[in-house]
Write a protein that binds this ligand. Structure first.
Ligand code: UDP
Length: 367
């Protein structure tokens, strides 16, 4: 059996690539080690609620071409992400805006808020921020840093903010309006019916095999040959870690079905910014789609140290890892007919829109 392309990974990257190559008349086979398609955007129904099984995915973009692209495969609702942060039993609106400032300091006007932030920024001595803590202090000042950034960030990355690179929060938007929309993008929403449906449509008419890893496939499917490989797994794993292991952060999800509870927290996303609480956020899935059904499903998200065999969710794009990734990239250039794509193949902290845009660029270069 011959395929023009073997695609490893049935996530967003792999399925967009397969879809586009099929349109070009190429024969594709998509494989995935998980028992289902969709990668980390996979959603499934539980208690009649569409659950984001590998973390909340909120589609947002300012790229009209990408918005039009994804909208071909599903209709998006009008969900606007407005997370609430909990710190020591007080609730604050995110992103940092007039609602947040008013709750923190009792200020009413943008002028008052700006004056207070100036005062708070005095905690930073000046100069070029050398780490994330200094970066945050210089941008938003001590109070916001300590209540809303420090604990959350240290939990998420598993390191002290003094040991984290400044660039992770180069842009911490401060908004001097009463606007709780987390994103600044022109387009935003959640697909009605879930992301899995979108991926299913992308993969329509394409051969797909789930529940088989790339390693197993190579060993057991020698009858299948292919012209090129589109690989969306971890680039260092592809090369058997021969230059060393890149670092990732992992996550552990604890999902609870609450049959008797209709509304657990009143919002889709609630962040817990204290260091002492081991999870970073609780997602209440029904609120992504304005659900009114009886019962609700919630997921606590615990950041976790990644080790080989765990699910890698985030690349750790600090200097050390970037350098190693560049070496792998050099190695990858020598691999004939192999393309690396997606968050893991390109070691990039891509949002969904950037993932799609990156694949569409790759597609343009394919015959
Ligand atoms: N962040 C924070 N407090 C919050 C939410 C986010 O300090 O309540 C910072 C933190 O440094 C984190 C970054 O913003 O690493 C990105 O967080 P977000 O939750 O937006 O990332 P996601 O996991 O959704 O990609």
């Amino acid at each position: 059996m011959y395929y023009d392309y073997l695609i490893v990974g049935a996530g967003l990257s792999g399925s967009v690539f397969a879809h586009e190559m099929k349109k070009k008349g190429k024969k594709c086979l998509v494989i995935d080690k998980r028992p289902h398609i969709g990668g980390n955007v996979y959603t499934e129904e539980r208690l009649n609620v569409c659950v984001h099984c590998y973390g909340a995915h909120i589609f947002h973009t300012s790229d009209k071409a990408v918005w039009d692209y994804i909208s071909q495969f599903g209709e998006f609702n009008h969900y606007v992400n407005s997370p609430v942060a909990v710190y020591k039993d007080e609730l604050y609106n995110l992103p940092f805006n007039m609602n947040t400032f008013s709750k923190l300091w009792g200020v009413k006007t943008p002028t008052q808020a700006k004056a207070k932030i100036e005062e708070e920024r005095a905690a930073f001595s000046g100069g070029e921020p050398k780490n994330l803590e200094e970066q945050a202090l210089s941008l938003v000042g001590k109070d916001i840093y300590e209540k809303l950034i420090k604990g959350y960030t240290e939990k998420q990355w598993g390191r002290s903010c003094r040991e984290l690179p400044a660039f992770l929060i180069k842009r911490l938007p401060l908004r001097f309006t009463y606007d709780n929309n987390y994103f600044n993008d022109r387009y935003q929403g959640i697909p009605i019916g879930g992301y899995t449906e979108i991926v299913r449509k992308l993969l329509e008419g394409i051969d797909v095999e789930t529940g088989i890893s790339w390693q197993e496939f190579r060993q057991t499917r020698r009858d299948i040959t292919y012209g090129s490989l589109f690989y969306t797994g971890m680039i260092d794993e592809y090369f058997d870690y021969k230059l060393g292991s890149l670092e990732y952060r992992s996550l552990r999800f604890e999902t609870e079905e609450l049959q008797e509870e209709e509304n657990y927290q009143g919002n889709a996303v609630v962040n817990y910014t204290e260091r002492e609480i081991p999870y970073t956020r609780i997602i209440e899935h029904k609120h992504f789609v304005f659900g009114t059904q009886k019962g609700t499903v919630i997921t606590r998200e615990y950041p976790a140290q990644w080790k080989k065999g765990d699910e890698p969710y985030y690349p750790v794009n600090d200097e050390k890892n970037e350098k190693l990734y560049e070496e792998y990239r050099e190695l990858a250039k020598g691999e004939e007919n192999v393309i690396f794509g997606g968050r893991l193949g390109q070691y990039r902290y891509y949002d969904m829109d950037k993932t799609i845009a990156a694949v569409l660029e790759i597609v343009k270069k394919q015959p």
